[in-house]
Design a protein around this ligand. Structure first.
Ligand code: 26Y
Length: 824
């Protein structure tokens, strides 16, 4: 048995096999002769957990003994996906487990399929949190992820006659083998009620919050296994329950039914993830979710701090950093102030000084409609004391900061105030986050620049050093090693096996870009991955696709700014060209989509429907002669991404410049050898810098050109009248060609692009996009040339590991030391 850093002894095949059988009998209560695949999977998880828990204990003990400074990642979302193969890979026992299971007559892939995705997130922001906790454990940083233990993750998507249907996701209906309930660390939190102003004997004013409700938070811990077992950190997720104390009260007054109702209400808090990846204006439950997990987490942090440091608060900011994943957990700022001022009876200045050295805020969006705001009215109802604290934070900010730099300038005060005045006054969570944090970052170079220039220019004038950039990254363990074992093996053989923890090593692979043997090997792997995906596509959609066609993939949440409809217009242009010219010469292409639309986002759902209807027509049109296929994969999620990404030839990253903060799918696809067709937006710009212009197909307006066009006045109708191809395609959508007998069913897209003014400049970028694809077509005809581009994409992605992002956070924000784990 070999040792890892945190784990004393890792099992070999024989030991694993014995442990699996032991757990099949002792934990699952079944037998090799009658065990279901589900039971085998659970037994294997239990066997693996023996080692995971060993690493967890050693990690927690070491952190405690060394009293380490730690980062606390606060996020409403963690899009973990499956943990089975990830944990096996990170422990370094995947092959041993595979062999052990084979000896037991089982296929490891069948077991992997027993696991539900842990889909406690919407998209990029939630998946980023998952990649980050993987990297923090891998790099031995003392770190805890805090979030909500949703009973239902992101909805499951089905199609019914091409339209999206949402179904509940019940990821832990039969229990989840990775989580550990920790009743000993339960917290109680308060909401509603009123604030009483009292005076003590010295005449000092004191605010007392009399809560209307008390709610219990039950923590569930998910071990986070670092690569090669370096550290095993935890993700701590809070589940809401009715408080026993409170119920007892109600029972005494005879309100039995009332108590039951309040129980249900308390348990509603962690029931379901909000399925919007942009805004959820004014939903009371959402604010309570945010406060619930922030309050539980802060109390948890303080309990741990006090265990080590007693009542001396002076080291708190040295020991604790809290990273706010967007503004969603920003209510933690007034909550920490409340705890320090009202509970610990600290002076406002001392308390504020601590806050401003603890919190850091990551911005993930510039879209105005996505900037969180809560009405003062709602805040007052749910968190009356916190509203007072926010007012005081704001008052001091306006007097001590804004008025000092811009004396008497009321316009500046209006713009900078945490409270937006108006018919319905609002709390601006972005402003609160900037004011309350010591560092603010965007998630790609261009985005961080736009955060400064367009979103918070006055805040930059007040605190120039507060703003920084940390470009996103993805974990190469999940997004290359585990999901693309064939390519991982080729890399191991050609450049050594250090790349999963040192991704810059991939650049050594560039030396092989012209090597015919490596080109053949690389393309053969891509071919096999495509064949595997074709099998999945056939199973899920019954559509047959040719693995020799170009696989052109767009996978991301459905949103107008991401422009899946631009992709659709291009497909329609190709289809039309084929119909007009039966000999139209193009390399066969399969366009694959994966996307969920927010349930209330009408146009997004219309776009899904239109793609499905166009797909149906094209896929069944003999005249196309297989030059074109269109597939919309149902229920896109992490597990499906892991199957699609290794099979991609072309990666669609086509957002309107300035709208996509970073993107992370762009990184995963390029890492697996896809060539990007993309705009100069988000991290695409940095990807283009890394791979060079020969290995990416850039198109469309730049951020500056977008701004200039919008300033001068953009008229989408002009493109319609002046471009016959655009006109024909949009008019086509209005006929019943794709929806026989039902003309107008697909007209929502045309309407939004014309009457709607085309807010995301689809028509302005259309011809440039078509040309970017013609370039791809030309490139692909030269197979050696294409192989070289694909290889260089993989080789030059080293920058985009989340390990690098985490090192950037450590250096620019958290100032943490790594902590080597010692074994007991
Ligand atoms: C308000 C609430 C309902 C809400 C929930 C989720 C609002 C926003 C979100 C999610 C936002 C998100 O995923 N943003 C993406 O973050 C990625 C990681 O930084 C970026 O790569 C991506 O460009 C950005 O759109």
């Amino acid at each position: 048995a070999k040792a890892s850093v945190a784990i004393a002894a890792l099992p070999n095949t024989e030991e694993l096999k014995n442990s699996i059988i032991k757990h099949l009998h002792g934990s699952l209560g079944t037998d090799v002769n009658k065990a279901s695949p589900q039971a085998w999977w659970r037994a294997t998880c239990a066997a693996v957990n023996e080692y995971v828990y060993d690493g967890l204990r050693n990690t927690q003990r070491t952190h405690y003994q060394q009293n380490t400074r730690a980062v606390h990642y606060f996020s409403l979302e963690y899009l973990m996906g499956r943990l089975f193969s990830n944990n096996l890979h990170n422990l370094g026992v995947y092959d041993a487990a595979k062999d052990a299971l084979a000896q037991l007559g089982l296929n490891i892939a069948d077991l992997e399929d027993q696991e539900e995705d842990m889909a406690l997130g919407n998209g990029g922001l939630g998946r980023l949190a998952a990649c980050f906790i993987d990297s923090m454990a891998t790099l031995n940083y003392p770190a805890i992820g805090y979030g909500i233990h949703y009973e239902h993750g992101l909805f499951k998507q089905e199609f019914s006659d091409g339209r999206q249907i949402e179904r509940p996701d019940s990821w832990r209906e039969y229990g989840n083998p990775w989580e550990i309930c920790r009743p000993e660390s339960i917290q109680e939190i308060s909401v509603y009620g009123y604030v009483e102003t009292t005076y003590d004997l010295q005449g000092k004013m004191k605010k007392v919050w009399h809560p209307g409700r008390i709610i219990k938070g039950v923590p569930w811990d998910i071990p986070v296994v670092g690569y090669q077992g370096s550290s095993v950190n935890v993700l701590r997720l809070w589940e809401s329950r009715a408080s026993d104390f409170f119920n007892w009260d109600v029972f005494n007054s005879g309100g039995y039914i009332d108590a039951a109702r309040q129980n249900i209400e308390a348990e509603t808090i962690s029931k379901v993830l909000y399925p919007n990846d942009e805004t959820d204006a004014g939903k009371e439950l959402r604010l309570i979710q945010q406060y619930f997990f922030c309050s539980c987490s802060l109390k948890d942090i303080i309990r741990r701090y006090k265990r080590a440091n007693g009542d001396d608060w002076s080291k708190f900011a040295d020991q604790v950093a809290i990273q706010l994943n967007d503004t969603h957990p920003a209510v933690a700022i007034p909550e920490l102030m409340r705890i320090l001022v009202d509970r610990a009876e600290m002076s406002w200045d001392d308390a504020w000084n601590i806050c401003q050295h603890v919190f850091a805020y990551t911005n993930h969006t510039l879209l105005p409609e996505a900037l969180e705001k809560w009405s003062v009215r709602l805040f007052e109802k749910v968190l009356p004391r916190h509203l007072e604290i926010i007012y005081e934070i704001n008052r001091r900010f306006l007097v001590e900061q804004v008025d000092v730099l811009w004396p008497g300038d009321n316009e500046k005060k209006r713009k900078l105030s945490i409270i937006e005045e108006g018919h319905e006054p609002m709390v601006r969570m972005g402003h609160l986050s900037v004011v309350g944090s010591f560092r603010v970052n965007g998630v790609a170079e261009i985005h961080s620049e736009l955060v400064k220039s367009d979103l918070f220019p006055e805040m930059v004038a007040l605190w120039p050093d507060k703003f920084t950039n940390v470009t996103n990254g993805v974990t190469p363990r999940r997004w290359l090693k585990a999901c693309n074992p064939r390519l991982a093996k080729l890399l191991d053989e050609t450049i050594g096996d250090e790349w999963p923890r040192d991704l810059k090593q991939l650049s050594k692979f560039a030396a092989f870009a012209d090597d015919p043997a490596i080109q053949d090997a690389f393309m053969a792997i891509k071919q096999q991955n495509k064949a595997d995906l074709a099998t999945v596509v056939k199973k899920l959609t019954n559509i047959s696709i040719d693995p020799h066609a170009i696989f052109d993939i767009q996978i991301k949440r459905l949103h107008e700014y991401k422009r899946q409809h631009l992709n659709l217009l291009h497909i329609l242009a190709l289809y039309r060209r084929i119909l007009q010219n039966p000999d139209y010469d193009m390399v066969p292409r399969v366009f694959l989509f994966g996307a969920k639309a927010a349930p209330g986002y009408k146009l997004a759902k219309e776009i899904i429907y239109a793609i499905n209807k166009v797909a149906e027509k094209i896929n069944n049109d003999k005249r196309v002669k297989n030059r074109l296929k269109v597939v919309f994969m149902p229920n896109y999620r992490v597990t499906l991404a892991e199957k699609m990404i290794p099979a991609a030839d072309v990666s669609e990253q086509i957002s309107t410049a300035g709208k996509e903060a970073s993107g992370t799918g762009n990184m995963k696809l390029a890492l697996n050898g896809a060539v990007t067709v993309g705009t100069l937006d988000g991290a695409n710009i940095e990807i283009a810098e890394e791979v060079g212009p020969d290995n990416i197909s850039i198109f469309g307006l730049t951020v500056d050109e977008v701004k200039a066009l919008q300033a001068k006045g953009y008229h989408s109708w002009d493109y319609y009248y002046q471009d016959a191809e655009i006109k024909a395609i949009l008019d086509w959508l209005e006929t019943d060609y794709f929806t026989p007998g039902k003309p107008g069913e697909l007209s929502a897209i045309k309407r939004s692009l014309l009457e709607g003014g085309d807010p995301y400049l689809v028509l302005a970028d259309f011809q440039s996009y078509v040309k970017a694809h013609e370039k791809v077509d030309t490139w692909y005809r030269d197979q050696a040339g294409w192989a070289k581009k694909a290889i260089l994409n993989t080789a030059l992605m080293g920058k985009f590991t989340s390990d690098r992002s985490i090192e950037d956070y450590v250096e620019r924000v958290w100032k943490l030391d790594a902590c080597k784990i010692s074994q007991q």
